[in-house]
Design a protein around this ligand. Structure first.
Ligand code: ATP
Ligand code: MG
Length: 342
């Protein structure tokens, strides 16, 4: 049973808002740090081409979606010129030989091929920058979902700030590491976007449901439709609810914590950003898990599938505590850092 939250004062909302904005301003990389990533990519592409002459490397994930931290990993996808796909066996062989090649690179350490994962990768550590990274092959859907997230982030600054807040929250609460059984940053970003679509009035549209033609265009990648409306210039005129929501980031953050602890029925509904209408766990036959997050393109993929019951409880407790902590006004002691709970 959740304790009712007290009424919030305008002063407290102001503090809450500042804390949220600070998550963005303190952690977003500057231009130089962004260009360093591009530089590493160029250098690696040149190096890999010594052995794989048609290789092309592209950054995806938070290096490109607009929600990156200074220390976020480098997610890199490699493709070969003139080849559209690659089967699993070839992927594994190439990942292994890529690992042997990268071991000779003077700036890289800790080269580790992981060929048993759903997406085989080779991990590395870039010594001079201290950045970690991995290279996957033909991870084409990831390039598209990165572009989708980037488009939502560029549409309204509150999206970007909230995605940072969510990632900071997940890190602080230790609930944001998929390799240790929790959810990935990608999954938390989808949770933020879903909340912003479901807010009344909504902060963002459902880009996969906006199109000019009579019928939704079909752009198939790995058998999935990756179409979405990505023209930000014309979007305001295409979306009737544009500008309807004027809440501050602070209000939205608390709104999000309340949404996932008070309103959203995890047993009944799927977190699904590709349609406005609620999708049920029953429709998807995904009733055995409590947190169900549908990938916006690969509709067979539930990002919550790997969660244990224990981890699910741990994540839900973090949200419940977050609701109390961010929803309880504090006495402002110092003008910059209020630190005492009333
Ligand atoms: P971080 O700053 O924490 O690295 P990120 O946005 O790069 O955040 P990652 O978890 O590193 O998030 O994922 C990078 C990209 O890989 C995502 O943008 C997404 O394209 C893809 N990805 C990650 N996890 C999944 C998953 N479970 N299913 C499908 N794609 C995923
Ligand atoms: Mg990443």
């Amino acid at each position: 049973q959740l304790e009712p939250l007290p009424a919030l004062t305008p002063e407290f909302l102001c503090v809450l808002n500042d804390v949220c904005v600070k998550c963005y301003t303190d952690f977003a990389p500057d231009e130089l740090e962004v260009s360093v990533r591009e530089h590493i990519l160029q250098d690696l592409e040149g190096f890999v081409r010594r052995q794989f002459s048609g290789a092309r490397l592209r950054l995806f994930g938070s290096s490109k979606n607009g929600f990156g931290f200074r220390q976020s990993d480098l997610d890199i996808c490699m493709v070969l010129d003139g080849q559209d796909t690659m089967d699993d066996i070839d992927c594994i062989t190439i990942i292994e030989s890529l690992a042997r090649l990268l071991k000779k690179h003077p700036d890289l350490k800790n080269i580790l091929p992981i060929t048993t994962a759903k997406v085989p990768i080779v991990k590395f550590y870039h010594v001079r920058t201290g950045l970690e990274g991995d290279i996957s092959l033909y991870n084409t859907l990831a390039l598209h979902n990165t572009h989708l997230l980037a488009t939502y982030g560029a549409f309204d600054n509150r999206v970007k700030i909230l995605c940072y807040v969510m990632k900071v929250f997940a890190k602080v609460c230790d609930i944001g590491d998929a390799s240790r059984g929790s959810l990935s940053s990608y999954a938390y970003t989808l949770m933020v976007l879903f909340f912003l679509q479901q807010r009344n009035p909504p902060v963002i549209p459902v880009l996969q449901e906006i199109y000019d033609a009579q019928k939704k265009p079909e752009v198939l990648v790995d058998g999935w439709n990756v179409y979405f409306y990505d023209d930000l210039k014309t979007l305001p005129s295409r979306w009737s609810e544009y500008g309807g929501n004027t809440e501050s980031v602070g209000e939205l953050w608390l709104g999000l914590l309340r949404f996932y602890t008070e309103d959203f029925d995890f047993r009944e509904h799927v977190i699904c950003i590709r349609q406005r209408a609620r999708l049920t766990t029953f429709n998807k036959q995904w009733t055995s898990k409590y947190i169900v997050i549908e990938d916006p393109f690969d509709l067979n993929h539930n990002l919550g599938a790997g969660l244990s019951r224990k981890m699910t409880n741990f994540i839900m407790k973090a949200f419940i505590n977050g609701r109390t902590v961010f929803g309880t006004p504090i006495k402002v002691l110092s003008p910059i850092y209020p630190n005492q709970v009333e």
